[in-house]
Design a protein around this ligand. Structure first.
Ligand code: GBH
Length: 482
């Protein structure tokens, strides 16, 4: 490594680099039952009692972005970004989840938002699905039912048809790992299913096929005219060996990265699940006396269909973890299969979220791991951000420190290490409904009243400078004049 872990460098990103800010539909829109929108799994989940949400809140109103999209577009503009990454509420467009019934008010809403952004010269970047599955599709099994592959394809096609003349960057899924492990395994996110042994694998399998379907539809029916790009957003922290000199910890770190990022990246890049995942789940399934592996396989057709189904990969990254082999086996399923235990170094600063401690150098490491493992694919950082507890209001100095360290490590990854990162999107435009934590954790650059926090000034300056410009010092001027 050419720099100590925490060295700050001055420098600028390449001229093609693009800056953005992000949100997602359920977290900001509200208007959960207005103008023909159907119910989705997060509406359903937050309306169950007792509430599974920390402060018993819902996204019924959230930031009211359904009514305030013009203010949102202005806010986005005021940060000086090139793009705004937002997601589409599937049940606002297709109230029943299927193409039989299209809700024109939903199409109108996103047309208005897109046109407001373009009016401010901000490019729209769309996440097709950020967790708010129409409830009628959950009622037929959700992501374990392979009928959803075609329904997702239909949904994507409707979006390309209606918005593709103006939208050139699409991401099919946001963090399918969260949907499948937290939603169908741990059950702490919607739809609240607690079946850790097999269901997350089935969910991942269907989602990968649905992703490829949406990619191929664009490629075959729209790309030559619309000339955009389609990718998928995958989340991963950096998973550092607990003891970097211990070979068992080094192996555990690699295993954890393969179970997390590799589960999605390896199929789309190489056409198969990571070898280590295949081997471990197959072996353990056999030991359990099963005739087939808990991890499904892709046949020849799907292998070819999924392999290469990306123009770009999105990375969501927030924090780092220390990894070592697990001390006990929790049994068949997602956690037992990978045999890893993760922790965080208590010396790393705390934030508003228990799982998020700032570790800026981990960002550079995960970017380099992706570069080395997948032959330096084009990447966009689709999310990176910092949370405060409600007691921190507008003086968010912790957030400034975080962005400074993380974006500086991104700069090192790009200009020193040659990682092929094309853009960066901070999370989030404003405080919003933070899933199972409700409104108790705040990631916004603005509060929910849309008042800017201190960090806006800082990020605006980084974006405008395309990096970190060394302050002009008297001797700079002198040397230029000589
Ligand atoms: C992103 O996920 C989401 O894409 C975004 O919607 C969200 O607002 C943002 O993070 C901030 O959380 O509660 O201890 O069980 C990042 C990955 C996965 C991190 C779920 C937090 C919950 C940990 N997230 N995880 S815990």
């Amino acid at each position: 490594e050419s720099f100590a872990k925490d060295d700050f460098i001055y420098g600028q990103f390449p001229s093609y680099f693009r800056w953005g800010i992000g949100t997602s539909s359920y977290q900001i829109e509200g208007a959960w039952n207005l103008d023909g929108k159907g119910e989705n799994v997060w509406d359903n989940f937050t309306h169950t009692s007792p509430s599974p949400i920390k402060d018993s809140s819902t996204g019924d109103i959230a930031c009211d972005s359904y009514h305030k999209y013009e203010e949102d577009a202005k806010l986005v503009k005021s940060i000086g970004v090139d793009f705004y990454r937002f997601s589409i509420s599937w049940s606002r467009i297709l109230p029943l989840g299927t193409k039989e019934k299209v809700n024109q008010a939903g199409i109108d809403y996103y047309n208005n938002l897109i046109n407001s952004l373009l009016h401010h010269e901000v490019s729209p970047v769309i996440s097709i699905h950020h967790w708010d599955l129409p409830q009628p599709l959950q009622d037929i099994g959700g992501w374990v039912n392979e009928d959803l592959i075609e329904h997702f394809g239909d949904f994507a096609r409707i979006l390309y048809q209606n918005f593709g003349d103006r939208v050139k960057q699409w991401f099919t899924f946001n963090e399918a790992w969260v949907i499948c492990v937290m939603g169908y395994g741990d059950g702490i996110f919607a739809p609240g299913i607690k079946e850790i042994s097999e269901t997350p694998y089935k969910c991942i399998h269907t989602i990968l096929k649905a992703h490829a379907r949406a990619y191929r539809i664009y490629d075959e029916e729209f790309k030559s005219q619309q000339k955009g790009q389609v990718g998928i957003t995958i989340d991963s922290g950096w998973l550092e060996p607990s003891d970097p000199n211990n070979p068992e910890d080094i192996e555990a770190s690699e295993r954890a990265l393969q179970f997390k990022f590799g589960m999605f990246a390896s199929p789309i890049v190489f056409g198969k699940y990571p070898d280590i995942v295949r081997k471990r789940v197959d072996e353990r399934s056999k030991q359990e006396g099963r005739s087939t592996s808990r991890l499904p396989s892709f046949d020849k057709y799907w292998t070819d269909y999924i392999k290469g189904s990306y123009d770009i990969i999105g990375l969501n990254h927030y924090s780092s973890y220390l990894v070592t082999p697990a001390s006990s086996d929790p049994g068949p399923g997602w956690y037992g299969d990978q045999d890893t235990a993760t922790s965080q170094d208590p010396s790393w600063p705390e934030t508003g979220s228990t799982w998020l401690r700032p570790v800026p150098w981990g960002f550079r490491k995960v970017l380099n791991w992706i570069k080395n493992t997948y032959n330096n694919p084009p990447l966009i950082v689709t999310e990176n951000g910092y949370s405060d507890l409600p007691n921190v209001v507008l003086n968010d100095y912790g957030r400034i420190e975080y962005y400074k360290g993380y974006i500086n490590n991104l700069l090192k990854a790009v200009i020193v290490d040659g990682c092929n990162v094309r853009g960066y999107s901070a999370w989030s435009l404003m405080d919003n409904f933070e899933w199972a934590s409700g409104y108790t954790e705040r990631f916004g650059l603005h509060n929910r009243e849309r008042i800017p926090k201190e960090s806006v000034k800082f990020l605006k300056n980084v974006f405008r400078s395309n990096g970190f410009r060394r302050p002009n010092l008297p001797w700079d001027r002198q040397s230029k004049e000589q």
